[in-house]
Write a protein of this length. Structure first.
Length: 107
């Protein structure tokens, strides 16, 4: 996977997680854990996208952390039936896979 492709997937994950967190605020049940993970995931993906936009080479640790956070966010969102959570889980899964593919191609 090319760096530019990963950056695109990362920004898609940022937008989806932010949207999910915002929609969770309107739910009647306590969605605090989902919102928290959405926020951490969006922040992590955004940070990784920004670092990848530079020529800095030592990014594997951040990519691994992003992979981990995306997996955690996916698991949390899969627990909920709301469409915004289902969409977020799918986007986080795609992002985690993209991180993994990028690492495998750049080891």
């Amino acid at each position: 996977m090319k760096k530019e492709e990963l950056i695109k997937v990362l920004y898609e994950c940022v937008a989806t997680c932010n949207s999910c967190a915002d929609a969770c605020l309107d739910e009647s049940m306590n969605m605090s854990n989902c919102i928290r993970l959405d926020n951490v995931c969006a922040t992590t993906c955004n940070a990784l996208a920004e670092v990848l936009s530079t020529n800095f080479k030592e990014v594997s640790g951040l990519i691994n952390y992003c992979f981990f956070v995306c997996q955690q966010c996916e698991k949390e969102c899969e627990k909920h039936d709301m469409i915004h959570c289902k969409e977020c889980a799918e986007t986080c899964k795609k992002c985690a896979q993209a991180c993994q593919e990028y690492l495998q191609g750049h080891e």
